[in-house]
Design a protein around this ligand. Structure first.
Ligand SMILES: [Fe+2]
Length: 96
């Protein structure tokens, strides 16, 4: 199975999603957004690298799965959630 088209679509969707999210950060006065924005750029760069690997005939399935897993658990579950807490959209998690 070729991942070229799905990767291209994911990258395009992510780029627009990240631009929208970053605009919301700035409008909301989210403190220290640069690390979060850098993570977005890193993902877009990773997807571009994988896309090129697929075009070159490489198998990226395991790397893609690792990136998606990291993105769902770490980025959305921690970084995006921190912004949701900042905006009052989610309660802060209790710390031990
Ligand atoms: Fe994000």
């Amino acid at each position: 199975m070729s991942y070229a088209l799905p990767l291209l679509e994911i990258r395009e969707i992510d780029e627009q999603h990240f631009k929208d999210e970053e605009a919301i950060f700035l409008a909301a006065g989210y403190p220290k957004p640069n690390e979060h924005i850098a993570e977005h750029a890193r993902l877009v760069s990773e997807l571009a690298r994988l896309y090129q690997q697929v075009l070159d005939g490489g198998n990226v399935s395991e790397t893609l799965l690792a990136i998606v897993r990291e993105w769902l658990i770490t980025h959305i579950g921690v970084e995006d959630m921190a912004f949701a807490v900042f905006k009052g959209l989610r309660p802060a998690m209790a710390t031990q």
